[in-house]
Write a protein that binds this ligand. Structure first.
Ligand code: KG4
Ligand code: ZN
Length: 331
């Protein structure tokens, strides 16, 4: 029998996204970035984000249905992000999903955004088996998760202060490199020497499983104040410090979870080439496959939400129209 056709909706941060997914097939999808609306503020403004989701969402849903040449009645279920994230935006997407589910008489799956990231590698890699170790690195999160099955996530590490993407964004802001910060820092680092400045590697080498980036960010601020004309060297040295921290913590997690079948990375920061290269090497040294979804699937999108919805539905797990929007929702 044919896999169900799922309409996915994502609106938890500053990307409005809609996708139609059937099995491993992405039938149609749209992602609208709000970068231009937030750029002058140097960061995401929640109220502006929520209003932009309201404007963008309905035409995008119409557009993916039109591209697929179908109507709402042909969709088998609606999957919408219900958190965690900026609550105004989450409510826009979730309420829209509820309205569609009610109007079409189809089931709703209220998806945890982190579960979307965690399961997304299975959308593009049909061979990826549980359990796998996931390094989830985004603007809001920095976690190591042992993904044991759908709905079964063991958190091995999290950040005690900033998320790693947040650190990239703040470093970009300190040096005036532009927004969003991650790609700008990576671009700037290409022209610099990663050994130019000795920056701290917070928590590296410790028995403590977690991440920390606040001290590194502060060290970058001091270094830049003393060397304002060395942006490329500072960006490269910062990126090298981040890589060392991520690798040290991931190595530790692999020691603690020796039964995993693969090392997987997801989240917006997974687009970073230096981080990918270092993780590839680490996985290779352990004889594990390294799975990194393509860039568009690493950053926020609705295909991963539709896919997580499909996995949850296959497990017999759907939600009522009373599903709450949750600003905080640990996996
Ligand atoms: O997953 P995502 O799109 O949104 C969240 O759920 O947070 O991740 C966005 C984050 C931002 O902090 C952005 O600066 C960072 O991912 N990012 C990068 C790169 N591309 C995006 N960080 C480092 N290097 C990159 N190439
Ligand atoms: Zn995300």
């Amino acid at each position: 029998t044919e896999a169900p056709l799922i309409l996915g909706i994502e609106s938890s941060c500053d990307e409005t996204a809609v996708a139609l997914v059937r099995g491993h097939d992405i039938v149609a999808q749209r992602v609208a970035s709000q970068d231009d609306a937030h750029r002058i503020y140097g960061g995401v403004v929640p109220e502006i984000a929520a209003r932009a989701h309201v404007e963008a969402l309905e035409p995008m849903i119409a557009a993916v249905l039109a591209e697929a040449g179908i109507g709402l009645d042909d969709v088998d279920a609606i999957a919408a992000t219900a958190g965690p994230g900026l609550i105004g935006g989450v409510m826009v997407g979730l309420v829209t999903g509820k309205a569609l589910a009610l109007a079409a008489g189809k089931p709703l799956v209220a998806v945890n955004h982190l579960e979307g990231h965690a399961l997304s590698p299975r959308l593009v890699d049909a061979n990826l088996q549980f359990p796998y170790l996931l390094l989830l690195v985004s603007g809001g999160h920095c976690q190591l998760l042992k993904v044991e099955g759908v709905g079964r996530y063991r958190r091995l590490a999290t950040t005690i202060d900033d998320a790693v993407g947040e650190a990239f964004d703040k470093v970009a802001k300190i040096m005036g490199l532009g927004f969003p910060g991650g790609p700008a820092v990576e671009r700037t680092a290409r022209g610099g020497d990663p050994k130019a400045f000795k920056l701290p590697r917070p928590l590296a080498g410790t028995g403590e499983p977690h991440f920390s980036f606040a001290g590194l960010k502060t060290a970058v601020l001091r270094t830049f104040q003393a060397n304002p004309d060395r942006k490329a060297d500072i960006a490269a040295s910062f990126q090298a410090a981040v890589v060392d921290c991520l690798i040290d913590r991931t190595r530790r997690a692999l020691d603690a979870a020796p039964d995993v079948t693969a090392l997987v990375v997801a989240g917006g920061v997974a687009a970073n080439g230096a981080i990918r290269a270092a993780l590839t090497e680490l996985a290779g040294s352990r004889g594990l496959p390294f799975v990194a979804p393509p860039g568009w699937l690493c950053t926020d999108n609705a295909a991963m939400i539709a896919w997580a919805g499909a996995e949850r539905m296959a497990a017999g797990d759907t939600d009522g129209l009373d599903a709450p929007a949750r600003p905080r929702w640990p996996l």
